[in-house]
Design a protein around this ligand. Structure first.
Ligand code: GLC
Length: 466
């Protein structure tokens, strides 16, 4: 299965003037609708890149980082509105002209994407990948190049600028990351916050402390500090915390308020009371004024562990929850992108009646094999590789036979997704990365960060909430 996966991964490589610069999202010729699956997506390339790095083939990763950096310099406009200079593309496509024998690139910054949303995650993934490349190869010269330093600063200035914010978290539109359709992930979604946190940490380890870099370092440091407090206190949910929210008073004013965001206990959905185990916990999907999105999101929680945004205790609690709620979160195919699905009236209101995101399908509670690498990395980091082993066994029973689908549908992830592509590259690469990390756990270091001493002491909830 591993050699078949490598074959498929190599076949998905995209070349620009003879050099590999990325991997196509899906190599599914059987599907009539190509849409934009013939492009190199920044987020989709991450697991491919990690697989290549682990296999001792860093060139494609370096080419990708430099090519996307060049694309960052393209003019980006949606109608008459110009996007920020730092914005990174969601995807790009190489156009081959067989007559002139030339290659050119067209990129999408959201102006072609369904819903016209800019991918906030792309820039973060780019910085995270630059660190992974540097860690894995020991080659610091790439990150030290003036254009890479500038690229990082441009990305960071988009999110570190001063505004009207009262929270250190990043405010964004619906559909600006892996879930790229309307799914009620606007505001302060967990996925963006953890990627932001990890990108800040990665940048801190690579930015030069020269005149331009120094100013950023200071801002990064302060933001990391504020973010870890905010996320660890207000996004964290466990049995005790749930019980506290359930008993909240509302309409509190002033600094003594316990219920700072004025969350109305009646807005807690019924399912959470059954879902929450006595031992275990997780970072909820979103926190903003009078709104807590209690849904579980897999990517956000795994990256919280890898980036050490989660304290060691919280990391353990997340893994406890995954074990305790295995049937719901893993079922027959790792791993649910989010839990639970939106249904009926809620689905109509929140997704705008999206026929692709019906209950337990696609982004709405579908199971995405790509997430296997994140679960594996988190399991290894927390010293619980048996969790990853169990998940890999499930994936091995089906993935190859089913033709590496993009996602599975159903409450337990039993059915190949309604509109899932086959030979979806990140399903293939995610599997390979999971396998290689299990064989050599030191690979996890590329994508994992240790807790900073100064972030301690670990927050005590009764202190942070009272
Ligand atoms: C879908 C997914 C997105 C992915 C893209 C390419 O749009 O929602 O996360 O990057 O397909 O695979």
């Amino acid at each position: 299965m591993v050699s078949k996966a490598w074959e498929a991964l190599f076949r998905s490589q995209v070349y620009f003037r003879g050099q590999p610069v990325g991997t196509i999202a899906a190599y599914d010729h059987a599907s009539e609708e190509v849409l934009n699956y013939d492009q190199v997506f920044v987020r989709d390339f991450v697991p491919s890149a990690l697989a290549f790095l682990m296999n001792g083939e860093p060139d494609i990763v370096k080419n990708f980082l430099l090519k996307t950096l060049q694309i960052q310099g393209h003019e980006k406009k949606i109608d008459r509105f110009k996007l920020g200079d730092g914005a990174m593309p969601a995807s790009f496509k190489v156009l081959h002209n067989p007559i002139k024998k030339t290659d050119s690139i067209i990129a999408d910054f959201g102006e072609s994407a369904i819903g016209r949303v800019a991918p906030v995650d792309s820039g973060f993934w780019w910085i995270i990948l630059l660190r992974a490349y540097t860690k894995s190869t020991g080659d610091h010269s790439l990150a030290e190049r003036p254009e890479c330093q500038k690229g990082m600063r441009l990305i960071l200035s988009l999110c570190l600028s001063e505004g009207f914010d009262t929270f250190p978290t990043l405010l964004c539109a619906d559909g600006c990351s892996m879930i790229d359709r309307r799914m009620g992930v606007y505001g302060y979604p967990i996925e963006i916050q953890v990627l932001f946190f990890m990108a800040l940490q990665s940048a801190r380890s690579m930015l030069k402390e020269d005149a331009e870099g120094k100013e950023f370092m200071d801002k990064i440091q302060k933001r990391l500090h504020a973010m870890s407090f905010h996320m660890r206190s207000y996004f964290w949910l466990d049995f005790q915390q749930l019980n506290d929210i359930y008993r909240y008073k509302t309409e509190e004013y002033s600094h003594t308020a316990v219920n700072k965001f004025n969350v109305i206990p009646d807005s807690i959905p019924d399912w959470v009371f059954d879902f929450m185990p006595l031992q275990g916990g997780y970072f909820v999907g979103n926190v903003s004024p009078a709104r807590m999105d209690f849904r579980w999101f897999a990517l956000g929680n795994c990256i919280a562990i890898l980036s050490s945004l989660a304290t060691p205790e919280q990391s353990m609690a997340i893994m406890d929850l995954i074990e305790a709620r295995w049937d719901e979160l893993v079922g027959e195919m790792p791993l649910k992108i989010c839990y639970p699905a939106l249904e009926s009236h809620e689905w109509r209101i929140v997704t705008g009646c999206d026929p692709k995101n019906t209950r337990w399908s696609y982004h709405n509670g579908g199971s995405w094999p790509v997430l296997l690498w994140l679960l594996t990395a988190a399991s290894i980091k927390t010293g619980r590789p048996q969790i990853a082993r169990r998940a890999i066994d499930l994936a091995e029973a089906r993935l190859l036979k089913d033709g590496w689908p993009e996602y599975y549908d159903g409450k337990s992830g039993r059915f190949i997704g309604k509109q899932a592509r086959k030979f979806q590259t990140w399903s293939i690469a995610g599997y390979l990365v999971a396998k290689m990390m299990m064989e050599d756990p030191t690979h996890v270091g590329m994508i994992s960060m240790e807790e900073e001493k100064h972030m301690k002491p670990v927050l005590n909830r009764s202190f942070s909430w009272c």
